[in-house]
Write a protein that binds this ligand. Structure first.
Ligand SMILES: O=C(O)C(=O)Cc1c[nH]c2ccccc12
Length: 724
């Protein structure tokens, strides 16, 4: 079950010609695919396009009605290879994944696809995760477009422009026999807006037609001598055909009504930020009405030389806004201008940051510098963000001492079943007296690198936790290396690149597979080993069976990670057993976020219907808490906090459990397994109690009251202290 359901929104995909469709970017992209007569769709979830996969999944009925094939690909490589269907057949296909990481994974297939070229339009929709809020290394998809010669569309963050880009993307792909990458930045995927819909188009040829009429062209297969021909074709045929299509269909836009001899060139995806900066400087309004001519590159690769030369022909100076590095476009523009003998002044990374997101702040600062030099009369406003940070009027002026601000690194959720796993591993290390090198992986479990666990030294890519431990395997060492992988990473590629590799090379590593039943970090999508039934996919394939199938002999599955003591004992066994080859522990418990998403509405409904519902909660007895906070140090649960000590004789704050507690019990189990303290208690919150509940509660209250009578009587013998 994915984190968001689009079951309601997907109905809008039936919107007919002429009607207005309002919604989120990802919904608009899906509608645009259907309007384009797409024949098949695939992909792998990852921010910021996770929800595009979820929309497609929820839209399966509409897709089936139209004869569109949809697959949840095993990885981005699988998704990209799926586009092979467009090489021999006039089938339009689209795949989507997170970039640059997914593009890294897909690059083998993408390079082969681009070499042979395509007959049917092939669209690769990449969710560009660059800049503030990103979860990955900072790189540009642009490099992949250039290296494999795929055209790169970077439409303005505007629903209509995005829909147009999907439709034009297929046409451009077919006109130039080249796959097209459509870059959707974070802010485009979740942008809201509306556009005038067209009717959905049943693909003129479906995958069924193709399967029943197999055909092939030998010169499209990547093998010499065809591969040399492909390289020639790319330059002599496909590139000029693409330029012709881009120019004749006006994919790039010149905005700004003015005739000024100073202009701006901007990547489509950065246009909204540019306009915001212009608005702040009084050079434009919220709707983009400006006198400064702006060339918007909705296609960032290839750069169309003639359009650039045309734009700069009557200008003294232009400013290029190109986010990220290397500055491929700037280098390209400089070459174009130099070859043409143009003397226009080209500014870009000299005024803007070389790397990092082009936020409204940095763009406003650079634009201010540029316009102040070339068009000083146009700058009508001086926004406060131009002030130095030392000026109290600056929005960035320090308001609190930097030293008192605590960092807030990402961490595991309240009730996360992964927390007890890492607590148990820490306790096992304590018991054996040996610290281990831990090779981490992509997924929620990577948060174990932070306090309070501090476990994990590297992360090399999705499903590469085990492979990342490959070299750290020594027959002479007195301990083994620990590798971590999630169920998502395991099925993405970890089974072969990690487990198979470890078996083959007789690695001594301990591999911990954190199996929370979903690809949780990408939004809770199902994987092969998901334990829920799925109407669309085949699930319930146990990870232990897979690792045994590939040759692992020491493998154990734990079905309740909250039993910290048992898990600790198993870790000790796995770390000390003499069994050769990789040792694998599959630690299973359901992702708490997904569990709450499922159970909360059910619980609320039952309470409303007057049914008896028990909610488990944990608490700390302030009277017995010593205030040493050891419980917090081994858990790190966001619901475990501190409060002032109610005992006036004691100053240390005591531990407390916040209302966000979901009753997983890890705090108490930890305290018990680590022999910390007896202060934790469980309470059951009973909604709609029965007469039996009420009677029991009454009896308990009387009994506890009777037991504490002695204490009360003794307390009465003392005079209460005067408190002022
Ligand atoms: O969704 C995210 O933020 C991820 O990093 C997950 C992910 C999806 N596909 C990948 C390929 C390589 C590395 C990470 C991912």
């Amino acid at each position: 079950m994915a984190e968001r359901s689009f079951a309601h929104e997907v109905r809008k995909l039936r919107t007919g010609a002429g009607d207005t469709l309002s919604g989120e970017g990802i919904l608009a992209v899906t509608k645009a695919l259907l309007q384009s007569g797409v024949a098949y769709v695939g992909g792998y979830q990852g921010a910021p396009i996770s929800h595009l996969m979820d929309v497609l999944g929820d839209a399966h009925e509409i897709l089936e009605e139209l004869g569109v094939y949809f697959e949840n690909s095993a990885s981005e490589a699988t998704a990209a290879a799926m586009l092979a269907a467009s090489v021999n057949y006039p089938l339009r296909g689209a795949v989507t994944f997170k970039s640059t990481v997914g593009t890294n994974v897909a690059s083998d297939a993408l390079a082969n696809l681009s070499s042979g070229g395509v007959r049917g339009g092939a669209l690769v929709i990449v969710g560009e995760d660059y800049g503030e809020g990103s979860s990955i290394m900072q790189e540009r998809s642009h490099a992949f477009a250039m290296k494999s010669q795929m055209w790169l569309l970077d439409p303005r963050p505007n629903i209509e422009a995005i829909v147009n880009a999907v439709e034009a993307g297929f046409e451009l792909s077919e006109a130039s026999s080249t796959p097209v990458m459509l870059q959707l930045r974070l802010r485009s995927c979740h942008l809201y807006g509306s556009f005038t819909a067209k009717d959905n188009v049943r693909p003129p040829m479906t995958v069924k037609d193709a399967v029943e009429n197999p055909s092939r062209q030998l010169d499209r297969i990547v093998l010499p001598p065809a591969s040399f021909l492909h390289e020639k074709e790319k330059i002599e045929d496909r590139w000029p055909a693409a330029v012709e299509y881009i120019t004749s269909h006006g994919l790039n836009e010149v905005l700004g009504a003015g005739t000024s001899d100073v202009g701006i060139i901007v990547q489509g995806g950065v246009y909204n930020t540019l306009n915001r900066a212009m608005e702040l400087l009084g050079v434009s309004d919220a709707y983009g009405n400006t006198q400064v001519p702006t060339y918007v590159m909705n296609v960032t690769y290839p750069v169309v030389d003639a359009e650039i030369l045309d734009f700069v022909a009557d200008k003294r100076a232009v400013l290029l806004l190109e986010e990220g590095q290397p500055d491929y476009i700037e280098q390209n523009l400089n070459a174009i201008l130099r070859r043409a003998g143009s003397d226009v002044a080209l500014h870009g990374k000299d005024l803007l940051p070389v790397a990092g997101e082009y936020t409204a702040t940095v763009v406003t600062q650079a634009l201010h510098a540029f316009l102040s030099k070339y068009l000083p009369g146009t700058v009508a406003e001086r926004p406060a963000l131009l002030l130095p940070h030392s000026d109290p009027g600056s929005p960035f002026a320090p308001r609190v001492e930097a030293s008192v601000v605590r960092t807030r690194p990402p961490g595991l959720c309240t009730g996360c079943p992964e927390r007890p796993i890492f607590s148990a591993l820490k306790l096992a290390e304590k018991e054996t007296g040996k610290k281990h090198h831990v090779s981490a992986d992509i997924g929620c479990h990577l948060f174990a690198i932070n306090e309070p666990f501090n476990l994990g030294a590297t992360t090399m890519g999705y499903g590469l936790g085990s492979a990342g431990a490959a070299a750290l395997n020594s027959k002479d060492a007195d301990r083994r290396t620990v590798a971590v992988m999630g169920d998502g990473g395991f099925w993405h590629n970890g089974l072969t690149s990690g487990v198979g590799n470890a078996v083959f090379n007789q690695s001594d590593q301990l591999l911990l597979v954190v199996d929370n039943a979903y690809s949780a970090a990408t939004g809770g999508q199902d994987v092969l080993s998901s334990r829920a039934d799925s109407a669309l996919r085949s699930t319930k394939h146990p990870i232990e069976k897979a690792v045994r199938g590939i040759g692992v002999t020491w493998a154990r599955t734990v079905t309740n990670t909250y039993k910290i003591g048992e898990l600790k004992d198993l870790f000790v066994k796995a770390l000390t057993t003499k069994e050769p080859g990789p040792k694998v522990i599959v630690a299973q418990s359901e992702c708490q976020l997904n569990k709450q998403r499922r159970e909360k509405p059910q619980r609320a409904k039952a309470i409303k219907e007057g049914k008896r519902v028990v909610k488990e909660r944990f608490g700390v007895d302030a009277d017995t808490c010593t205030g040493d906070h050891a419980c917090i140090r081994v858990s790190g649960c966001p619901s475990l906090s501190i409060k002032a000590n109610p005992d006036p004789m004691r100053t240390d704050p005591v531990a407390t459990v916040l209302d966000s507690c979901v009753g997983c019990g890890v705090c108490g189990a930890n305290a018990h397994a680590a022999s910390l303290c007896p202060s934790f208690y469980r309470s059951d919150l009973v909604f709609n109690p029965t007469w039996r509940d009420r009677t029991l509660a009454w009896l308990r209250a009387r009994w506890i009251g009777a037991l504490s009578l002695g204490v009360e009587r003794r307390a009465d013998r003392f005079e209460p202290a005067e408190v002022n």
